[in-house]
Each structure stands twice: as structure tokens, then as C-alpha cells.
Design a protein. Structure first.
Length: 507
């Protein structure tokens, strides 16, 4: 099938940056301010992209889970964006994830604009941020470079119209050949298993005209378009290049980043899909072997394992989250993903979690009341989060809870051991002079010999002369019932007395 578009298509914009610098707020403000209320009020679900009109021209914004998903799309060879916005908080500055996002933009060879967000904050410092950008080889126009930088507030809307003007200007400068006679193609930017409609996908049309009833192949998934909706949930007859659409009618859930193409008929779609399935089976077999070997090594080397069952709203979210989770490594704890799938949490998930002693971690999914009660009865822990960075941090906290606490010691006093009296049933009576600080009954202590700890334990009883005491101070001699593990104390050893508490460690 061929497209008939002759005018320049709208630009596709991706917003990248540090997780909490305001990307989502910026996208929300642009959408709500540029889509009529009667239209935006009809948006009932997140489809991963939307379109706006500004000064009579259209722009498409990708609203993906983050640059992990963007990276995964590019890894699959999908061209998904024309221009990028690098968001940097004017009150915080450059973060490691900011630089990671900048690398993604550079690797994709995208023109981009820096949005200095949160200029409404009292501690915003744009000059400092611009200096930081230059120190990291991001040269803005003001500093003699080619990258536009604009001050904006995603909260108040200040600078947003100028940002949209700049995006259109950058697009006008790009030389894009007019579309004539191109086949209809697209890219999967979201996919999910809808409980009512079955396999659904958000497709960004990249060329040609996508129509209802077209025979479509998206990677291994094939089907005939049964429903074609725009980002507002309105059913449409066709979609042109740079338009995001929600498509139903596929036989299976397509994969994030897969390219789609309209074919002559279902028979051709089946033939091409089967060929790709065989190719991918071999590739996946090799990839799985490497992943299992790597995961097995991490799990085997770790003392504590956190098993989870992962449930996500879309395939895009699933792949982005798994990619981020696999980078979460530690010598003492490891994450083991027992199962992962797209869709709401079911009783089958709870049964699986119970048998494997796993927690269920859900991202933007629902937990039906009956399933929630079933999980409570079975003692299965279920955690559901809505933001991808909160999800990753949630898993990180779960792993941190498995880390043995760090024992923090605060020295209290020191005793020079002068005598060993007798062994008791559960300890040994020792005596000495306090050379510094104090000794408190019930305190922890180390027996130190030649600078090395040879025994660790507690002072169970404390006496001054023959009287019981709760505390003895520097210069006094005292007797102690020492209960501990290790070598037997000797005259000449030092008894180092301390307070101790457990400090939770974090990944």
C-alpha cells in the first residue's frame, strides 16, 4: 500500500532527562494546554503518545516510560523521534541520568533543545546550570554552541509557548523529503493485553496512510485492524505519518520497538511472520542462555535472594523495567524475576507467588478485590506503583531490606586486664583498671590482644570491690563477668567497651 501525503509531516518529540526533573509535568502541561477540554476530557487511557496544535502546526509527543524505553526502541532499529527535549531542573542541575539522557540523544543524532525547568523555584539558578552544561560538552547558543536553551516552568506554563515555537523552528530547519509513494509503516511504542479488546498496540505511523481493515504485521504479531483510535480515544478511519494510534485486531501482543507494515493480505502477513519467528527463536535462545548464565552467576554468588513476579500495564513498560532491574547488582543480594507478563494481577499470579515465596510487583496494573483478598489469605505480598522511577526505587528498597544491618560501634571506655579470676557456667570473671572513659553493666565489648580482636561479647555483671555496680569510671578498678565468643581473655589484654546499634543499609 502507498501513502499519498505530500506536505511535511509533523515532528515527533521525545522528552528525556533525570527522573524527577519534571518530564511528566511538562508533558502533562503541554497536553492539557493545547488540547481542547472537551477532547482531553475524553482521554481514558495512556497510549504512549499524543498530538497538539501550536500556531496552526501539529506536533507529536512521545509519552514513554523514560529513556530506558526510548533506548530499547532504538536498539531494535526503530526510528521513533525527530527532536528531543532535554529537561534539567534549574534548582538542582545536572544529574548522572541527565548525562545518560544526553548520550541517548547524541547516539540518536537528534537535534534537541534544553528546557531549564522549575524557574519558578526560589533557589533556581539558570547561570549555574548553563555552566554545568558547558562543562559536560553541551554547548548552548548563549555560550557559543548550537543547542537552544529555554527557561520554563511546567507548573505555571512560563516559557512553554516559546519552547513549542523553538521545536517547530528546529523542525523547519530539518530537510525531510516529501512522502510520495511510500509504503505504510509504523513503530510499536506501547502494547498491552486489554481484558476487553484483546491484544492492543499504540503504533506511531512513520510513513504512508494506515487505515481500518488493513492487514498488518508488527514483528511476529499479525492481524487485521479492527479498531483504529486516535490518542483521545476517538475512532478514526485513517492515520498519516507522525500520528500515534491505538490499534486492535492483532492475534498476539506486539513487542515494543517492532516495526509494522501494511501488507497485501493475511496470507502474506502469516508467511512473513513465520519467517521472523524462526529467526527470533534462534536469537532469543542464544540471548536467554547468556542471560540465564549471567543471572545464575549473580544469584549463586549472592547470600540473599529477592524473588518477584513482575506484572506491567504494557510490553514497553515491562522491557524498560526489566532492563533497569538487571542493572541493579550487589555482592550480597540479588533479584530473581520468577515470571513477568503484561496484564492485571490474577489468582494464578498469587498461586505462583505463594509456591515460589515471591512478592508480586505491579506497574500501572489493577488488583481486583477478590484477588487482593486471596493474596491476603495466602500471605502473598503485592506492591503496585504508578511511576517507573518509584517502581525501581521500590524494588531497590525491597532488596535493601535483605542486606544484613551494619553494626555501628561507639567507644565508651577501655580497661587494662589485670587478673583472671575464675570461669563461671556462662562466662569468665575478669578484673582490671579503667584507663579511659567508663564501663557500664550490660555493655558490649571486644577483647583486644596485640591490636587484634580475639573475642567479642558483653559485660553481664559489674562490681567495684565486692559491691554490685551499674557503672565504673576512669581510674577505678572493677570486676566483670564477661560472656562472649572467641579466645579466653588473658592478663595484659585490653577490654574495649562500646555502645552498638544496627544501621539499615541501602543498595
Amino acid at each position: 500500500m502507498t501513502g499519498e501525503t505530500t506536505q511535511k509531516r509533523p515532528p515527533v518529540v521525545v522528552v528525556l532527562g533525570h527522573v524527577d526533573h519534571g518530564k511528566t509535568t511538562l508533558l502533562d502541561y503541554i497536553r492539557k494546554s493545547n488540547v481542547a477540554e472537551k477532547e482531553s476530557g475524553g482521554i481514558t487511557q495512556h497510549i504512549g503518545a499524543y498530538q497538539i496544535e501550536h500556531n496552526g502546526k501539529m506536533l507529536t509527543f512521545l509519552d514513554t516510560p523514560g529513556h530506558e524505553a526510548f533506548s530499547e526502541m532504538r536498539r531494535r532499529g526503530a526510528h521513533v523521534a525527530d527532536i528531543a527535549i532535554l529537561v534539567v531542573a534549574a534548582d538542582e542541575g545536572i544529574k548522572p541520568q541527565t548525562l545518560e539522557a544526553a548520550r541517548h540523544i547524541e547516539n540518536a543524532k537528534l537535534p534537541f533543545v534544553v528546557a531549564l525547568n522549575r524557574i519558578d523555584k526560589p533557589n533556581a539558578d539558570s547561570p549555574r546550570i548553563k555552566k554545568q552544561l558547558s562543562e559536560n560538552n553541551i554547548l548552548i547558543e548563549e555560550w557559543g554552541g548550537k543547542v537552544p536553551a529555554l527557561e520554563v516552568s511546567a507548573k505555571t506554563g512560563k516559557g512553554i509557548p516559546e519552547l513549542l515555537d523553538m521545536l517547530l523552528l528546529l523542525w523547519d530547519l530539518e530537510e525531510i523529503p516529501a512522502e510520495t509513494g511510500l509504503s505504510t509503516q509504523g513503530v510499536v511504542i506501547e502494547s498491552r493485553l486489554d481484558p476487553r479488546r484483546g491484544p492492543s498496540a499504540t503504533i506511531l505511523v512513520t510513513s504512508g496512510v494506515l487505515k481500518k481493515n488493513d492487514a498488518l504485521i508488527c514483528g511476529e504479531a499479525i492481524g487485521k485492524i479492527r479498531i483504529l483510535e486516535d490518542f483521545k480515544g476517538v475512532e478514526i478511519a485513517q492515520a498519516t505519518a507522525s500520528t500515534p494510534v491505538l490499534v486492535t485486531g492483532m492475534e498476539t501482543v506486539p513487542v515494543l520497538g517492532d516495526t509494522c507494515e501494511v501488507v497485501a493480505n493475511a496470507e502474506e502477513a502469516i508467511r512473513r511472520s513465520e519467517a521472523l519467528v524462526e529467526k527470533r527463536k534462534e536469537e532469543q535462545k542464544a540471548a536467554d542462555a547468556l542471560l540465564q548464565a549471567a543471572s545464575a552467576g549473580v544469584v549463586a554468588a549472592s547470600k540473599h535472594i529477592l524473588p518477584i513476579i513482575l506484572k506491567t500495564d504494557t510490553k514497553g513498560s515491562e522491557e524498560a523495567i526489566i532492563e533497569a532491574l538487571l542493572r541493579m547488582t550487589h555482592d550480597e543480594v540479588a533479584l530473581k524475576i520468577i515470571e513477568h507478563s503484561v496484564g492485571d494481577i490474577t489468582e494464578a499470579d498469587v498461586k505462583s507467588a505463594e509456591s515460589t515465596r515471591a512478592a508480586i510487583m505491579g506497574f500501572r496494573v489493577t488488583l481486583p478485590r477478590a484477588v487482593e483478598q486471596y493474596a491476603r489469605v495466602r500471605g502473598v505480598r503485592v506492591v503496585i506503583l504508578e511511576l517507573i522511577y518509584e517502581f525501581i526505587e521500590g524494588v531497590r528498597k525491597e532488596l535493601s531490606l535483605l542486606l544484613p544491618a551494619e553494626i555501628v560501634k561507639t567507644q565508651m571506655g577501655k580497661v587494662s586486664l589485670l587478673a583472671i579470676f575464675k570461669r563461671e557456667k556462662d562466662g569468665i570473671i575478669i578484673g582490671g583498671r579503667i584507663t579511659s572513659g567508663k564501663v557500664v553493666r550490660g555493655a558490649w565489648c571486644d577483647i583486644v590482644r596485640n591490636g587484634a580482636i580475639v573475642s567479642e561479647g558483653k559485660i553481664r555483671e559489674l562490681k567495684i570491690a565486692k559491691d554490685d555496680a551499674s557503672e565504673a569510671k576512669e581510674g577505678q578498678e572493677c570486676g566483670m563477668l564477661y560472656v562472649g565468643k572467641g579466645e579466653v581473655p588473658q592478663v595484659g589484654d585490653a577490654v574495649e567497651v562500646y555502645e552498638r546499634f544496627e544501621k539499615r543499609r541501602e543498595l
